[in-house]
Write a protein that binds this ligand. Structure first.
Ligand code: SF4
Length: 507
């Protein structure tokens, strides 16, 4: 790979002048990691401490996954290594990074000179159990609330052993090697009072580069955390609740300070459900009025208004993303999503009239209670949207992946064969349809994700072995060689009737 490009706003400290070296790791591509607000947040928070140096590591598209992109610091030289685990399957990449960095992959084999491996993110907050073999400390919930305490403890502890003892006493931290009967999730109450990074790292790369963040070279601004809804399948709706929203005044000041410190001409608003902010339209209007580009992620169809989309078009957004989840209104009601078909059609018509060019629709198949008519309704709704608008339509269909702590946590995933049949019905209906593109997550991947979401600590052996191989076949081989049932975890409804492995996490 050619020399790594320049990045603005990186902080490189003389390691002789600090007490704690922190390696912030994203176990996937540089592009995905740089799109994560958490990375910018922890980098800023940690480097704001005089006694700490934080540098970044990525699994892919960087010169080395075990040398920081900031100064080339070896992963192993850090006192603490923090991973953000966004997708369950990235546990394999996490293991690769440790292994390549000469850090024992199993927590129990790490000695006094090994870094502490800390992992956070919504998936592990819901169910850390499948990963306990590899992790010293889990952060359950909002890590902003404990990051300083973690660093203080590691800095002041006489040994690794003593640090783990102390960390196990901190609310919101789960230390599997210590006895903890229950762990309570950390929840930030007031987003306005919370630090927000305004000096964000931007890579100096051409537009469209593989290293360009997903939203382009933009200032990431967190509008809200959690969600005001609680759809029965949704991890965020349960594990990140309640909804917390920043005020318009605070957001404007973050953006003004951010644009003074970050070389970006675009503002990317971050939230699971941005319409939860009542003044979203005012905010977008204000940003566009400053001559900036703006983007928002997926919107609920009932949050779409003419004024909001008109401003977003002026701000350069041309694709609307909404998640009907199902094609039928009755099943949608069962999920708790609470959107009517008419809400969706109205949103489409507004987008079409406002000058949008494309729409991306997210659906789920295999939901509890689903019938064949419900599945066909996905295709019908997609075709109808193509008919009533001039938009290019992408239907993205994911198999149902049951998640710990959600209302449907005790509902197993349908079998691979059933999921394939369901997807085939939609594929047949949409094949040859004009202006419509059909995308689906491979059910084999969905089954791996479901097993990791619902599993217990017995899966550690399979994960470790799968990391030695590659791809989907690696998981099959790992299951066979270890003799530990892995795939069956996704489909075993009997097991889900009993005690759940994540019951000790108090949300
Ligand atoms: S699916 Fe969307 S609206 Fe429903 S709980 Fe999740 S984030 Fe909220």
């Amino acid at each position: 790979m050619a020399r790594f490009p320049r990045e603005y706003n990186i902080i490189i400290k003389d390691i002789r002048s600090v007490d704690v070296l922190f390696g912030y790791c994203y176990p996937s591509t540089y592009r995905a990691g740089m799109t994560s607000l958490a990375m910018h947040l922890f980098y800023s928070v940690l480097n704001s401490r005089e006694d700490t140096s934080c540098e970044r590591y990525f699994r892919f598209d960087v010169p080395s996954p075990v040398r920081s992109v900031d100064s080339g610091r070896s992963l192993r030289d850090n006192h603490i290594i923090g991973f953000s685990l966004t997708y369950e399957e990235d546990i394999v990449n996490l293991i690769h990074m440790l292994d390549q960095g000469n850090i024992p992959i199993r927590a129990e084999e790490r000695g006094t000179d090994s870094p502490l491996v800390i992992v956070g993110g919504p998936s592990v907050s819901a169910n850390p159990e499948p990963y306990v073999d590899f992790v010293d400390v889990f952060v359950i919930g909002d890590g902003d609330l404990v990051i300083h305490e973690i660093v203080d403890i590691v800095r002041d502890s006489e040994s690794r052993y003593a640090a783990l003892d102390s960390l196990a006493e901190v609310e919101g931290l789960y230390v599997p090697s210590r006895q903890q009967d229950n762990v309570t999730r950390l929840v930030v109450d007031d987003l306005d009072a919370l630090f927000h990074p305004t000096s964000q790292i931007v890579p100096d790369v051409p537009d469209g580069s593989v290293l360009e963040p997903v939203f382009g070279k933009s200032l990431l601004v967190e509008v809200a955390r959690g969600c005001g809804h609680a759809c029965k399948f949704c991890l965020v709706g349960h594990v990140c609740r309640p909804r917390r929203v920043r005020t318009l005044t605070r957001l404007k000041s973050i953006i003004e300070e951010g644009l003074a410190n970050t070389p970006a001409k675009k503002v990317s608003l971050i939230a699971s459900s941005p319409g939860d902010m009542e003044q979203l339209e005012d905010l977008v209007h204000w940003i566009v009025g400053k001559g900036l580009e703006v983007s928002v992620p997926s919107l609920r169809a009932d949050d779409v208004t003419e004024g909001l989309l008109a401003s977003l078009v002026k701000g350069g957004q041309r694709t609307l993303t909404i998640a009907p989840e199902t094609g039928s209104e009755s099943l949608r009601r069962t999920t708790g999503k609470g959107l009517r078909d008419s809400d969706i059609e109205t949103a489409v018509q507004i987008a079409s009239a406002a000058g949008y060019r494309a729409i991306k629709l997210y659906y789920i198949v295999g939901l509890p209670g689903e019938t064949e008519d419900d599945i066909k309704a996905i295709a019908h709704m997609t075709k109808r949207i193509a008919e009533i608008s001039n938009l290019r339509v992408t239907a993205n269909v994911n198999p149902f992946i049951p998640k710990a702590h959600t209302k449907w946590q005790r509902n197993a995933q349908p079998s691979l064969e059933q999921l394939r049949k369901k997807l085939k019905i939609i594929d047949n209906e949409l094949r040859n349809a004009r202006k419509i593109q059909f995308e689906a997550l491979d059910p084999r991947r969905a089954r791996i994700q479901a097993a990791l979401s619902l599993g217990d600590r017995s899966l550690g052996r399979v994960i470790e072995r799968a990391a030695q191989y590659s791809g989907l076949s690696g998981w099959r081989r790992a299951e066979k060689e270890t003799g530990v049932p892995f795939f069956a975890v996704a489909n075993d409804s009997e097991r889900l009737k009993g005690n759940l492995p994540w019951a000790f996490i108090n949300l």
